[in-house]
Write a protein that binds this ligand. Structure first.
Ligand SMILES: [Cu+2]
Length: 362
């Protein structure tokens, strides 16, 4: 196919998708976040530069206990990485205020990210905070760790400061990756000095998900009990859950609602419209192993055509799969900890609405 044929097909697809979605914003978001044509080519043949601003805020617990912190999305702008042309502002698609997990960042293979992190003087964390990310490419200057680890400098921000990190989603980086703090530490004793105990430090709330979609625009899922190639653009909802030692902490991206992110907090009810496709992104953290189960459902073991109905994973391991919702109420749970409450409902009906679980602030 020549360039003009490509272009006209893409133009038709674009106009058609405006009719389908009825909202140009949704089209733009899905285009930039997960762009692809039918033949696997990107609708936008250039990479996108994401300029993201985030900040760290203390989350006051209503019932006392140790302090929690959350990342907050302050701004997310998209630019053509080649020309610098401004493309879109998707800030309003994120939850307002700090959340746990932090903002779910969705980009595509080939894109780059310039991310500025601020630790506000009054409302932030008492020590140095950072963003350390997995999976994507960056230089040692954007590692987000302490100088004792990276041999360069402390790559975090003390109260009142900002820092900029640069990431590049090179070929082969597609996947679901965690980002988390790597400088605050658990021994927060003295203000303005980093903690040194990093073992599980992210469990105080400073973690979130980076999804890098394949440049091919495709993924696989189990549809009608058969492994099926799926256009990522046909997925209706992404649910991104961190599986900690005692709870699922979740966020969602709802493409049926303008690609809005909603903080779902702890063990939420995950809603989906009957027949829609949903992609689950699970990430183990803390110290425990988990056996994940979604009652009445089977899915594909990633990278294989094996059909499974349970999956064991541990800290820093992820598990991503796509399924089609079928009318009724199922339960997602960690078999090893479901007695202590590591479970929630997966509710598929004609409405498809998720219900956030309990949060530290209510
Ligand atoms: Cu890490």
């Amino acid at each position: 196919m020549n360039y003009y044929q490509h272009f006209s097909i893409l133009l038709i697809a674009f106009v058609a998708s405006i009719f389908v979605f009825g909202n140009i914003d949704q089209v733009f978001d899905s285009v930039f976040a997960q762009s692809q044509g039918d033949n696997g080519d990107s609708i936008y043949p250039y990479p996108v530069l994401h300029k993201i601003e985030m900040s760290v805020h203390k989350i006051e617990k209503s019932n006392g206990g140790g302090d929690l912190y959350g990342y907050q999305l302050d701004r997310h702008l998209l630019f053509n990485a080649n020309t610098g042309e401004f493309l879109n502002n998707i800030t309003k698609k994120y939850s307002s205020g700090p959340t746990i997990p932090g903002p779910s960042i969705l980009i595509e293979e080939g894109d780059s990210v310039e991310i500025t992190l601020t630790n506000p003087k009054e409302t932030g964390a008492p020590g140095m905070v950072s963003i350390h990310v997995h999976g994507i490419h960056y230089s040692i200057a954007s590692d987000g760790t302490l100088g004792i680890l990276n041999d360069l400098r402390d790559e975090g921000v003390k109260p009142g400061q900002s820092i900029k990190y640069h990431w590049t989603a090179g070929p082969g980086t597609a996947g679901t990756w965690p980002y988390h703090d790597h400088t605050l530490g658990l021994d927060l004793g003295h203000s303005n000095s980093p903690g040194t105990n990093m073992n599980g430090a992210e469990t105080i709330g400073l973690f979130g998900t980076l999804v890098i979609d394949s440049a091919s625009g495709k993924t696989v899922g189990l549809i009608d009990e058969k492994p099926t190639k799926i256009d990522i653009a046909d997925i209706s909802k992404e649910v991104l859950c961190y599986v900690t030692d005692d709870a699922f902490w979740c966020d969602q991206i709802d493409y049926r609602n303008n690609a809005m992110r909603t903080a779902l907090w702890e063990n939420p009810t995950i809603g989906l419209k009957d027949g829609d496709l949903i992609r689950f992104h699970l990430y183990g953290m803390g110290t425990d192993f988990h056996i994940f189960e979604l009652t009445g459902y089977q899915w594909l073991e990633p990278g294989t055509t094996n059909i499974i109905s349970k999956k064991k994973f541990g800290p820093l391991e992820n598990h991503v799969f796509t399924i089609q919702g079928k009318d009724g109420i199922a339960e997602y749970r960690d078999i090893l900890n479901s007695i202590s409450g590591m479970k929630g409902e997966f509710r598929v009906d004609s409405v498809g609405e998720s219900i956030p679980g309990k949060s530290p602030i209510n």
